[in-house]
Design a protein around this ligand. Structure first.
Ligand SMILES: [Zn+2]
Length: 212
């Protein structure tokens, strides 16, 4: 990871952080939850580092673990619609089926949190949001959410590999893709601790997508 120095940007520098600019932002996103084991572990680490994140949830899993959805929202994090069944072939579906995937997930998330939060984003499984899916989003008040940094943590490449990929590829404005659900995420949780420590040390600020 490169620690950013004076003169590296137009931003003001902060003498308290050794000349690291104040205005570097990063967005953390977690996909495929909620998960009864790993989501709470991720939440605990985020709290320790005073970080906020977006959780891209699968409708079916939200119906199985509504209490975890509630925990995420109560901790101040944002929700993102990640389809009802984690449909990786969503682009090939009819408009009706795409609508169904979105609506059922929205309902599952709403049911879990009693309408206490507005779901602002949609992330398509396994790909950036494709045009035929994006055209449907506006009707549901959703914005597409892609990413810029993918350490492929879901493939369990080892904690060190996940940490290196994220901190090595980091830039101001990076949107980091990690997974709290969909399998054994112990490597991701272990990596997250180091990633957050690295982000803090480099002076990064955690923001939601599109926020300044
Ligand atoms: Zn996913």
């Amino acid at each position: 990871m490169t620690k950013r120095q004076d003169g590296d940007s137009d931003g003001e520098t902060n003498p308290d952080t050794g000349g690291v600019a104040e205005d570097y932002t990063v967005t953390l996103t977690f996909d495929d939850g909620p998960h009864p084991v790993y989501t709470p572990q991720v939440l605990e680490l985020l709290e320790e580092h005073d970080a906020i994140a977006v959780f891209c949830m699968v409708g079916q899993r939200a119906r199985e673990h509504p209490e975890i959805v509630r925990q995420v929202v109560d901790a101040g994090h944002a929700l993102c619609n990640h389809t009802d069944t984690h449909d990786e072939k969503l682009s090939e579906r009819t408009r009706e089926e795409i609508e169904r995937q979105i609506t059922e997930t929205d309902e599952a998330l709403d049911d879990a949190v009693g309408g206490d939060t507005e779901v602002r984003w949609f992330r398509q499984p396994a790909t950036f949001v494709q045009p035929q899916v994006e055209t449907v989003l506006g009707d549901h008040g959703l914005e597409p959410l892609d990413w810029t940094l993918d350490p492929r943590d879901w493939s369990r490449p080892g904690t060190e590999s996940i940490v290196q990929d994220v901190l090595g590829g980091l830039e101001p404005g990076s949107v980091i893709l990690l997974h709290d659900g969909g399998g054994d995420r112990s490597q991701t949780v272990a990596a997250l601790d180091q990633i957050l420590t690295g982000l803090d040390a480099a002076g990064y600020r955690y923001v939601l997508p599109g926020d300044p």
